[in-house]
Design a protein around this ligand. Structure first.
Ligand code: DGL
Length: 279
């Protein structure tokens, strides 16, 4: 067991970096460890059982690295695995540790962004099929109408480093059209997959004016900061850093490919290490 106690941030692949960047910016005093399960991405088309199994393995691995707190920076895992892990696994596995997701903090505030009360949700097939966004938004903003569109080709674009390629234009447009056909009143589109902000330039370029695009990074970061204020016993367990930021990057996939793509996104050299999950 490690003597470090960083905050663990998990995603199926590179997408969670869009959350980690905002969290690390908002909370630079803590140590972080990032795990991307790139070897098994995408999670979006996988069954509930498989996403749950993979996510649980990742959470257990992050606990073994000393994390007292893990953020599932993945909507698909948050939709399909979080509740079971929190309710069924944590009490036996690590009753003093916590696992948080990205759906709840987002749905608590997303209704504040729309003036027309019509929100479009773009996510993986798994997130859309779970209905989690519609269910959760209805609790906080009962008047808001939710329209969803799965974009199954978008995560592979990002994982394959093609999010700036010309061939991505048509793939992005296809999903945006399918979403906007569902209602002319949508004024807010939520990127409910952490990979999608990497396509932000192309998304914004193709949308009609007057529609705002929201990504989750800063929403999740402020929610985590508030959570740590409310839970001082947890906050005190997390290792602090003297450095500007302290992040250890791990991937289950090809190391040099992860380093290359993560460095492009991060804007500086990312050195990663190999993680081997039990599955
Ligand atoms: N980035 C993840 C999400 O937010 C999952 C993408 C995938 O592996 O399909 O849903």
């Amino acid at each position: 067991m490690s003597s470090k106690h960083p905050i663990g941030v998990f995603d199926s692949g590179l997408g969670g970096l869009t959350i980690l960047r905002e969290i690390a910016h908002a909370l630079p005093q803590y140590e972080f460890i990032y795990l991307g399960d790139n070897a098994r991405a995408p999670y979006g088309p996988r069954s509930f059982e498989t996403v749950y199994q993979y996510t649980l393995e990742a959470v257990e691995w992050l606990f073994q690295q000393g994390c007292p707190l893990v953020v599932l920076a993945c909507n698909t895992s948050s939709a399909k695995a979080l509740r079971t892990i929190q309710q069924k696994d944590l009490p036996g596995l690590a009753p003093n540790k916590r696992v948080l997701g990205v759906i709840r903090p987002t749905t608590e505030v997303i209704g504040d962004y729309t003036e027309t009360d019509h929100i479009g949700i773009l996510g993986t097939q798994g997130t859309v099929d779970s209905g989690s966004y519609a269910i959760e938004i209805a609790k906080f903003f009962p008047d808001v109408k939710v329209f969803q569109q799965a974009c199954p080709k978008w995560v592979p674009l990002v994982e394959n480093g093609l999010h700036h390629a010309e061939e991505a234009d048509g793939i992005v447009k296809e999903c945006l059209d399918l979403l906007l056909e569902q209602s002319p009143y949508i004024d807010t589109i939520l990127l409910a997959c952490t990979h999608y902000p990497l396509l932000m330039q192309k998304i914004e370029a193709q949308l009609p004016r007057g529609i705002q695009v929201i990504s989750q990074g800063d929403i999740v970061a402020s929610s985590l900061a508030a959570y740590l204020k409310r839970h001082p016993a947890m906050e005190q367990q997390i290792s602090r850093t003297e450095a500007q930021t302290s992040i250890d990057f791990f991937t289950t996939g090809d190391l040099s490919s992860f380093q290359h793509k993560a460095s492009l996104f991060w804007g500086e050299n990312v050195l990663a290490q190999q993680a081997i999950l039990p599955g």
